[in-house]
Design a protein around this ligand. Sequence first.
Ligand code: NAP
Ligand code: ZN
Length: 355
Amino acid sequence: MEDLISQTLAIHVPPPPPGAALEPTTLERRELRPDDVRIDIAYAGICHSDIHQAKEEWGSAIFPMVPGHEIAGVVSEVGSGVTTHEVGDRVGVGCMVDSCGECEYCRAGTEQFCLRGNVQTYNGVGFDGENTYGGYSQQVVVKDHFVCRIPEGIGLDVAAPLLCAGITTYSPLNRWNAGPGKKVAVVGLGGLGHVAVRIAVAMGAEVTVLSQSLKKQEDGLRLGAEDYYATSDESTFTTLRSSFDLILNTVSSEIPVDSYLAMLRVGGAMVNVGAPSAPLSYSAFSLIGGNKVLTGSMIGGLPETQEMLDFCAEHGIGAEVETISADQVNTAYERVQNSDVRYRFVIDTATIGQQ
Ligand code: NAP
Ligand code: ZN
């Protein structure tokens, strides 16, 4: 009986070659430790990071791989020592499932920078030596500290992407003071980008979308942006010279960084969250010429993730999702790679194993 309880259906990328099609599988989840929470997953978002890893674009990965670090579901069981979550709670899990809890970064609530290395939700190895498997699955067991509350008022489907896309954009927008009087450009209107627009608008900033084309202009404006420009049009870069206090780059491929830095005002900052496999380059003069900042940002810690979920609930922000069944996941991967996502795919995990 115990074995049955811990068995769950999932979708995995089979062992090499990388980039193989995803297919259904069965997975064992561990029995609960005192500080564990078992979650019945309802929806799992498809982040471009899943694709980077499934295709080994960031280096060698662990296969079979069950991707998924945008997890939303309902608590089905809690360990004996868990006080923060109860059976029936609506909860979410993002990119991490463990960290040392003791180093300066963990103590500061920035577990993503744990000195022992945070344990990734999938394509990682836990401190127990076991491989981790992510959210494209019907069930997951996660240490309580890494489980967030999803406030009432946000549907689980539109909340799931907030666990990565939401926190990855909220954190730098917050840190670099997106707000009233600030002009913010969001580069790339995909999963991260469209959530970034909504969050930056809710923070009070004046938002411009910089997309490859004007195809999604209507959507960008509906999401709250005031302006929308195509980066395929060279005149965009001259029109917008010295315009922005903050540029948030969410693009999954390399972009010409110098051209973007030229659109910053003096003292402005460009934050890179996009994670292409090839290096980005820039000229030192692009920064020197205006005391500009070029920086990066990695997801966000657990306290800030909860803060982001509460902020999104308060402002009625969810992701705009296309809900798919498990057998559509390979097509969804293709579409994400072709910038044909409107604007996040979420897998209805109830459909796993039905095809
Ligand atoms: P996504 O949904 O595919 O969106 C990326 C967008 O970038 C596309 O929709 C497209 O927007 C634009 N784009 C794609 N290829 C481009 C190209 N060659 N030139 C210019 N623009 C291009 O991906 P995502 O899930 O939002 O993730 C975006 C990136 O962030 C990925 O690299 C992912 O790994 C990374 N990421 C980083 C963190 C972190 O902690 N830093 C966390 C999560 C994800 P337009 O069609 O509007 O141009
Ligand atoms: Zn992600």
